[in-house]
Design a protein around this ligand. Structure first.
Ligand SMILES: CC(C)(COP(=O)(O)OP(=O)(O)OC[C@H]1O[C@@H](n2cnc3c(N)ncnc32)[C@H](O)[C@@H]1OP(=O)(O)O)[C@@H](O)C(=O)NCCC(=O)NCCS
Length: 192
């Protein structure tokens, strides 16, 4: 099956522009390493899927047949460039565990050459500043790769994500997409 990764996007492809394309990206912060996913870490991705808010659309939730399975996700790590050049695994340096992802994706929703910031972390590590810390590292990476502007989309009901985006300098635009069932997607942007 096709594994949808984040946001409300239908089409997600790896970020291939910039100086880091195709290389093994490793970003370091005081508490975190951001680096390509390893196949054995598919279990962490599966846990992220199981934890998603019920308001998230069905294509990003585990379906009635249990897909994506750990095997589906292993295959996606093995074959998808996205996991090595775009959405990086977030590893805690002290405990060496992977707690989610943060990175850039070309969702096709913004202008060419202006990718989206995306992040998702396991519930048990929320509210310790990890998403903010990881996002700031990704912003530095994007800037040094030559990007001049990023976008981020967020559900209007997602208070924590809106707060993270505000903390790292994104501002809300007038663009939004209204979905009567799942909520309104807000488009935010940040110049680098
Ligand atoms: C969004 C997410 C990545 C935030 O991760 P995190 O590591 O907890 O984020 P941080 O600790 O860096 O910052 C969270 C901020 O939101 C605030 N916050 C968290 N939950 C909140 C809530 N329910 N109401 C109000 N504020 C909230 C925190 O207080 C903090 O702000 P502060 O530093 O001003 O106190 C995490 O909640 C998550 O993975 N959510 C599910 C996936 C998701 O929504 N991804 C983004 C899609 S656009």
């Amino acid at each position: 099956m096709t594994v949808a990764l984040f946001g409300a996007c239908e089409k997600v492809s790896a970020m291939t522009g910039g100086a880091t394309a195709g290389s093994e990206v490793v970003l370091e912060t005081s508490r975190l390493l951001l680096r390509p996913w390893r196949v054995a870490e598919a279990v962490v991705q599966r846990e992220l899927w199981t934890e998603r808010d019920p308001r998230v659309p069905p294509h990003r939730r585990i379906n009635a047949d249990g897909h994506p399975t750990v095997a589906d996700l292993e295959e996606s790590i093995r074959t998808k460039q996205l996991w090595s050049t775009g959405l990086l695994a977030v590893e805690r340096k002290a405990s060496r565990d992977v707690i989610g992802y943060c990175g850039l994706v070309d969702s096709g929703r913004g202008p060419e050459g202006e990718p989206e910031l995306a992040f998702e972390l396991l519930c048990r590590v929320w509210r310790q500043g990890y998403a903010t810390e990881a996002s700031l590292a990704v912003l530095d990476w994007a800037r040094s790769s030559g990007y001049e502007r990023l976008w981020a989309t967020v559900w209007d009901w997602n208070t924590a994500s809106r707060r993270v985006l505000a903390k790292v300098g994104f501002t809300e635009t007038e663009r939004e997409e209204v979905d009567a069932v799942h909520g309104t997607t807000l488009f935010t942007t940040r110049r680098l």
